[in-house]
Design a protein around this ligand. Structure first.
Ligand code: HEC
Length: 308
């Protein structure tokens, strides 16, 4: 039977190196993107780790407070002492008046603690606190992401991420161990999730109920990415040990790979590292992911109780 495309394992080594280099770079990019999400959105509610509250605060806002207050209790918490944060919040609640700005010592705190980052010289895209009106503007009700920031991030994401998945999907389309049906799913899903993701930001801006959709779409994209990534790499570099000699079942495939690659001592070391990783991920599950899912289910339950 003639093949309509060249399977991944049969590509010339230089092409495999190119594909692998791209996949590794993009994989690292993904990792840093997750870290960034953890440090920006993850801190929105003041607690480390991503939760539904973080998503709600980021997009819908914390409507019982002001932007300054939310930030001082969230992502900007570490930038001032307890006392200084309290003073600023007090001043904001009292109306953030220019008259009190200097006399209550807020100007000095901002000068000392905030301006090193919040000035035109320090960074672009961060509000400039050397101008009072910029600070004042943030003493208004916190309605989450602004329309303009959402449009900006939306188009950047749509263009950027579709490019990433274009090439990851193209590389993966040369794989031969996944049936056509599942290939179509794995290649198509990221685009469905990408559009859902963007849409869910806008929906969450309108109604906090949609925060769970942000998380779901993000996870969906991550899973499709991992799937394509792993199969592409394995087919290029470990086709024989895994897909021919490995037998049918997953565990056997992995054992075969280990046996082919590692001596017994090294294997024991790898297994101990794997065991440690499993332990850590179990911990992560218990401490972060599981409460997050519980919280999500609770909210949905509350929502359907109260909403109907
Ligand atoms: C280490 C640098 C740094 C310091 C110090 C810092 N900030 Fe920020 N701040 C940032 C960055 C970066 C952002 C943008 C974060 C983002 O876009 O997610 C930001 C965002 C904010 C925002 C949200 C702006 C918006 O448009 O939503 C507020 C409010 C804020 N900071 C207040 C403060 C206050 C008040 C202080 C001083 C107590 C302070 N920051 C100190 C780096 C800093």
């Amino acid at each position: 039977m003639t093949q309509k495309y060249l399977p991944l394992k049969d590509h010339e080594t230089p092409v495999k190196v190119l594909f692998t280099g791209y996949l590794c770079a993009v994989g690292m990019g993904y990792f840093f993107a997750l870290l960034q999400i953890l440090f920006t959105h993850g801190m929105a509610d003041g607690k480390f780790g991503l939760s539904v509250d973080d998503i709600v605060y980021s997009y819908y806002g914390n409507r019982s407070g002001t932007v300054l207050e939310t930030q001082l209790n969230g992502a900007m918490k570490e930038n001032a002492t307890e006392d200084q944060r309290f003073k600023i919040i007090q001043w904001v609640r009292d109306g953030a008046e220019l008259n009190d700005y200097k006399s209550t010592g807020i100007a000095a705190i901002v000068e000392e603690r905030c301006v090193m980052c919040h000035s035109p010289e320090a960074a672009t895209g961060v509000p400039d606190f050397t101008k009072f009106e910029n600070l004042k503007a943030l003493a208004a009700e916190d309605t989450g992401a602004t329309f303009s920031s959402l449009t900006r991030v939306s188009h950047v994401h749509l263009f950027g991420i579709s490019f990433i998945f274009m090439f990851v999907g193209l590389i993966f389309s040369f794989s031969e161990t996944t049936s056509n049906k599942y290939k179509c799913i794995a290649i198509g899903m990221p685009y469905v999730f990408l559009v859902t993701d963007i849409l869910s930001w806008w929906l969450t801006k309108v109604d906090p109920m949609f925060a769970w959709l942000v998380i779901l779409a993000g996870m969906g994209m991550g899973v499709s990415f991992m799937f394509m990534w792993v199969f592409s790499i394995l087919e290029m570099w470990a086709y024989r040990p895994i897909f021919i000699e490995g037998g049918g079942i997953y565990g056997q495939k992995l054992k075969a790979l280990l046996a082919a690659t590692f001596t017994p001592e090294r294997r024991a070391w790898v297994l101990s590292v794997l065991a440690l990783a499993m332990d850590k991920s179990r911990e992560q599950w218990v401490n972060t992911i599981s409460p997050l899912l519980k919280d999500l289910l609770n909210r949905l339950a509350k929502r359907s109780d109260g909403g109907a």
